[in-house]
Design a protein around this ligand. Structure first.
Ligand code: AHR
Length: 679
């Protein structure tokens, strides 16, 4: 770490010295590997898609539930035991109708909750189905108090501890009903994990009768990242609880049922062009009833229906269709929604709908489009308005299925395509397959996971792509093998790969790294982009690669050759130059994946010259295995430097070992500006 810092510092200090040296010596520093980077501004240019860099959100690794979604209670609606239709339990396994066995299911009926009976208190609690809150929520928690002690009640520790911040307000909402003539006074408390410290207390008096909603606010007098909520009851008798929800008042843009501001900020900083949701494999689900059903995910949270997802945890659907669309809008991004194609996930023994049911799946997609885009007097558009958003959302893309394939996909896709296009001609339809018999493919979604070597090797993957074929969306990619939880070498190989995508952006129109988020306490996928716990968040070096590419996306890329030419798997330096028309800058991105600094002679074929104040942004470390983490979030973060360059067509630059460098060089007019760009 230190050596890298000093490296960076020496990089800082030595920039001027080096630049001076570069121009003093016509040759290179002794002993260093050298390359030439030739940029041809006169050769054919490639327009870079403004949508090239987006984000992919899937409910995996507690990305939403216990993550982005600011709800603090785990299993708030007690529906964790609710099994998808058609499934059965075989031992601890859940068996789907197609015979797929899911190893992990929930044996503990009141997962997340604990009974508190202290001193002389006598009480029991259990899950109950008798006279539930509503159809969507058939289960609730029943607490039977036989004798009140000093403390009788229930507690919930949230998702690996609740984070309370001193003097920030928290809102508690719960539904309760009592039996017989019982009446209770409730005391809600924000406490330390074991209840030894109390940070905030609020009373809810005279709780009795049929289901009613009760609310109160709590203002903690201290900060704790590992707290719990406790609801104590005074009185004896029977009381039922359902949809117990605790939210911080401070959510992103203070939206109710909102999102964690620190996690959203990480996304804001990426300036994504689009937001893809809700997945991922979760779109298909373990079986059809387990698929994401967007209609279960809108409206009042007490009316939503959750499910255990195929990543092994319960999702309330509190972060639902409306919230995703709202997030896209808040990010100034277009929405890309993935619908179910009429069968569940291909990798989990796909359960297929019957032929006569396909139409219902197409209708499910059409209704979603109407919710997002339809007028306020349409059936679903009116629900959007009732949920607080009369204007249409920016839903620009729909993808039919995720990693779906086979005969049924080929058969169903045309039906989706024709019906959607007829009503929504401007919505781009994305296919999972390059070709579909009997239907056009406008854009196809490609996925790529593997070790770093496979990403370096794939830098030229799209150079020969069929320019008459569909547009390409690299919808999921990421190094996931042999890189710990996500080290620098993973990030550098992704950066090289992105150079390949950007260079081919005439055909590769969109891309999104996957998966996006992970709660460090439950990692279902080996390598992810943004890690967090209840109170902290950090980006892996892959995150900063994404950020650097997104924030330094040129309008056009120029033909760029790195000499001596090597096969992509053997190269040490990958580079690409492009034009940022608005800022009148040449943007050069270069990856040096070797352990040594590499001197590059950079030459530009242009009539006019480059020069002025150059910005160099460096992402690197002297250890390619280095990783950012919650405790060390800043090991590998971009460092910016400025240096001046006399007007020139040729200069030398020393690329640091194990680094991605972005150079932004002002151009002094001339043919860097193409005819298609305004000044
Ligand atoms: O990104 C994680 C998973 O990888 C996605 O859910 C799935 O589409 C792919 O296999």
């Amino acid at each position: 770490m230190l050596s890298r810092l000093s490296n960076v510092a020496s990089f800082t200090i030595s920039v001027f010295v080096l630049i001076a040296l570069h121009f003093i010596f016509s040759g290179n520093l002794r002993g260093e590997e050298t390359v030439s980077i030739e940029i041809d501004s006169k050769a054919l240019r490639v327009q870079v898609s403004p949508d090239l860099y987006g984000i992919f959100f899937e409910e995996i690794n507690h990305a939403g539930e216990g993550g982005l979604y600011a709800e603090m209670i785990e299993n708030r609606d007690f529906e964790i035991v609710n099994r998808p239709k058609g499934t059965r339990m075989l031992g601890y396994n859940l068996r789907t109708p197609s015979g797929w066995a899911q190893g992990k299911w929930f044996g503990n009926e009141l997962h997340g909750w604990r009974l508190i009976t202290e001193q002389s208190g006598i009480a029991t609690y259990h899950l109950d189905k008798n006279h539930p809150l509503n159809e969507q929520n058939p289960y609730f928690m029943k607490l039977v108090v036989r004798k009140n002690g000093t403390r009788v009640g229930v507690s919930n520790n949230g998702f690996w501890g609740m984070h309370f911040q001193q003097n920030e307000m928290y809102h508690l909402s719960l539904y309760a009903r009592t039996e017989g003539n019982s009446q209770f006074d409730l005391t809600a408390q924000l406490e330390s994990a074991g209840g030894h410290k109390v940070y905030a207390t609020a009373k809810i008096k005279q709780v009795g009768g049929d289901w009613k909603q009760y609310t109160c606010s709590l203002l903690p007098d201290a900060t704790d990242a590992n707290g719990r909520l406790t609801i104590y009851v005074e009185g004896s008798g029977t009381i039922g609880f359902d949809v117990v929800s605790l939210f911080p008042r401070k959510t992103f843009r203070n939206r109710p049922n909102g999102l964690r501001p620190d996690l959203v900020q990480m996304l804001v900083d990426l300036k994504p062009a689009f937001l893809r949701f809700p997945g991922g494999a979760i779109v298909g689900g373990l079986c059809l009833d387990n698929r994401i059903q967007w209609k279960h995910s809108i409206g009042n949270i007490s009316q939503r229906k959750g499910t255990v997802n195929l990543w092994g945890y319960y999702t309330t659907n509190g972060l639902g269709f409306h919230e995703y669309l709202q997030l896209a809008e808040d990010l100034n991004a277009d929405a890309l929604w993935v619908c179910n194609p009429g069968f569940s996930d291909n990798y989990r023994g796909a359960e297929e709908c019957r032929p006569e049911e396909v139409e219902a799946f197409v209708q499910e997609a059409m209704d979603a489009l109407e919710y997002a885009l339809g007028p306020v007097d349409s059936r679903w558009g009116s629900k959007r308005a009732a949920n607080g958003h009369p204007d249409p959302f920016r839903l620009k893309y729909i993808e039919i299925g995720n990693e779906a394939r086979g005969k049924l996909y080929d058969e169903n896709y045309p039906q989706f395509y024709e019906t959607i296009k007829a009503k929504y001609p401007d919505v781009t339809i994305i296919s999972n397959q390059d070709q579909i018999p009997r239907a056009p493919v406008e854009m196809v979604d490609h996925h790529k996971y593997g070790p770093p070597g496979s990403f370096f090797k794939a830098v030229n993957q799209y150079d020969e792509a069929d320019r008459d074929g569909p547009y390409i969306y690299v919808g999921e990619y990421g190094v996931r093998e042999g890189v710990g939880e996500g080290n620098l070498m993973a990030a550098l190989s992704e950066a090289a790969y992105l150079i390949g995508l950007e260079r081919n952006s005439d055909i590769v129109r969109m891309s999104s790294y996957a998966p996006l988020f992970y709660n460090v306490n439950d990692i279902a996928w080996p390598v992810n982009m943004i890690g967090f716990d209840s109170s902290r968040v950090f980006g892996r070096s892959s995150y900063y690669v994404q950020k650097l590419f997104s924030l330094n996306r040129p309008d056009e890329v120029l033909q760029t050759r790195v000499l001596p030419e090597k096969r992509p798997q053997d190269a040490l330096v990958y580079a690409l130059a492009g034009v940022d028309a608005k800022n009148h800058e040449l943007v050069i991105k270069a990856v040096n994946r070797s352990e040594s600094a590499i001197m590059a002679e950079i030459s530009i074929k242009t009539q006019e010259k480059l020069g002025g104040q150059v910005k160099a942004i460096l992402l690197g470390h002297d250890n390619p295995q280095a990783e950012n983490s919650l405790d060390y979030p800043d090991k590998i973060v971009p460092q910016e430097e400025l240096f001046s360059l006399k007007p020139t067509k040729k200069f030398e630059y020393r690329f640091q070992p194990y680094s991605l460098t972005v150079l932004r060089l002002p151009w002094i007019s001339g043919d860097l500006k193409s005819n298609s760009m305004s000044n």
